[in-house]
Structure formats: structure tokens, C-alpha cells
Design a protein around this ligand. Structure first.
Ligand code: MG
Length: 251
């Protein structure tokens, strides 16, 4: 495993990459509404990222055809935007996107309710976000990677949610996906020791039902095996000597 430790110069660039992505998410959140297509959401994201002088990093990544992954309801991740797929009142929509600023990548995801959503959907979104914050309590130098995984899994399991295992978080830097993979489920092994300067995309994917997922025939869209709702929350995080720094959130 080759986990990169960023220099102060690299960290400064990753902060900018993160800030631009946080702003892109804010912009998309403010502008989504029922009746819009998932392609409209993609266009909001693409326009905003380019307006900041950044490059979308999902577009053409291993052939992915869009800037944002837009996943509805039981779609966990990697939903391909389509002009005939509408956001309907009561849906939940997960938007995962990233960008490159001066050669450095950022990656973050959010799930939103479209109009009025059920209480159980609301709680799923809130607790998926909470599970990330439980996880990053252990995103500290000297801790081990799987302390983060265990904290996420422990929090989600308390609510009897499914924690997706077939997809993980990842290191990030000059590449979108770097070592180490970051599982969200319980691991017996400790994983690597965390060092200041590591940058990690931590991204719990949590469902109202099973942890099992299925890939659709488009080779991208991942859905829950039982059709249950799924939520996603991700930030790019910097390991420091103290508190972790969340690069893709605006304070
Ligand atoms: Mg990611």
C-alpha cells in the first residue's frame, strides 16, 4: 500500500480544491427542485465547477459520462444523469462529485430530500451524515484507519441500518482514488496507522435495509439488493496533529 503524505504546498492546493467543491455542493443544493431531471442537476454542477476554473474529475473517469453521480432513492452511488429521469417530490437524491484544482483532487457527496420526504428518509440522511462525524473522531495521527470504519459501522448498526461493504472511501491527492481503501463496515484488522498530511475521502453509504448491493446493466449504477433507500455522505479530510480538517466543508 502506498499512502501519500502531502507537503504543506500540496495541502494548500487541496484546501482550495476542497473549498471549490464545497461551494459547488452549496450551489447545487440551493438550485435543485422537484421536476428537474438528474441531467439538470449534472449541468448545475458542471457549470459551477468550470466557473471556478476547476476541472470535473468524475467526467470520463474510467468512462463515467458525467460530472456528477446523481443517484435516486435505492440507488446507492454512480447514478448516470439522464434528461428523462426526474426528481420527484418525496425522493431522496445523492449527489457525488469532485474536481481538480491545480492538479489536486477533491471529492464529496451529499444526500438531500426533494420537497417533503418521509420521516424515516429524513432520519436516514441525518444519521448517514452523523456516521461520518462519528468516524472522523478517529481520523487522527496515531490512530488506525479501521478505527474510523468501526466507528461508522457501530453508529449505523445501532439503528439497524445496512452499511454498504462493496464500496469504500479512499485516499485522494494527485489522483481521485489513492490508497488506502477506507471501509465503512466493521474490520477486525487495525488498518494502517494515520499520519499528519494524509488526505482521505471518507464516505459512508448507509441503507434502510440490507448492506448488499447490485450493479445495474449500465455497469455503473449501484442499487440496494432489497430496493431499500440509501444515503451517502462524503468529505475529503486532512489528517493533522490535532483535529482532522474537513476540506470540503465551508466553516
Ligand atoms: Mg469518493
Amino acid at each position: 500500500m502506498n499512502v501519500s503524505v502531502k507537503t504543506p504546498r500540496e495541502i494548500a492546493l487541496m484546501r482550495e480544491a476542497g473549498k471549490n467543491l464545497a461551494l459547488a455542493h452549496e450551489y447545487v443544493e440551493k438550485n435543485i427542485s422537484p421536476g428537474m431531471s438528474t441531467m439538470d442537476v449534472n449541468e448545475l454542477a458542471d457549470d459551477y465547477i468550470r466557473s471556478r476554473g476547476c476541472v470535473p474529475n468524475f467526467l470520463n473517469y474510467e468512462g463515467f459520462p458525467a460530472t456528477a453521480c446523481v443517484s435516486l432513492n435505492d440507488e446507492v452511488v454512480h447514478g448516470i444523469p439522464k434528461s428523462d429521469r426526474k426528481l420527484m417530490e418525496g425522493d431522496i437524491v445523492s449527489i457525488d462529485m469532485g474536481l481538480i484544482y491545480e492538479g489536486y483532487h477533491s471529492d464529496a457527496a451529499r444526500t438531500y430530500g426533494v420537497g417533503h420526504i418521509s420521516r424515516e428518509a429524513e432520519l436516514l440522511i441525518e444519521r448517514t451524515r452523523n456516521s461520518f462525524f462519528e468516524g472522523i473522531r478517529y481520523a487522527r495521527a496515531g490512530r488506525h484507519l479501521h478505527d474510523i470504519s468501526r466507528a461508522i459501522a457501530g453508529y449505523a448498526s445501532h439503528y439497524h441500518y445496512g452499511v454498504v461493504r462493496d464500496l469504500t472511501g479512499h485516499g485522494i491527492g494527485t489522483h481521485l482514488h489513492e490508497d488506502p481503501p477506507i471501509p465503512n463496515n466493521f474490520k477486525l484488522t487495525p488498518g494502517i496507522k494515520l499520519l499528519p498530511g494524509m488526505t482521505l475521502a471518507i464516505e459512508p453509504m448507509i441503507t434502510l435495509g440490507t448492506w448488499r448491493v447490485v450493479w445495474l446493466d449500465d455497469d455503473w449504477t449501484v442499487v440496494t439488493a432489497d430496493g431499500s433507500l440509501s444515503a451517502h455522505y462524503e468529505n475529503t479530510v486532512l489528517i493533522t496533529d490535532g483535529e482532522p480538517e474537513i476540506l470540503t466543508l465551508i466553516n
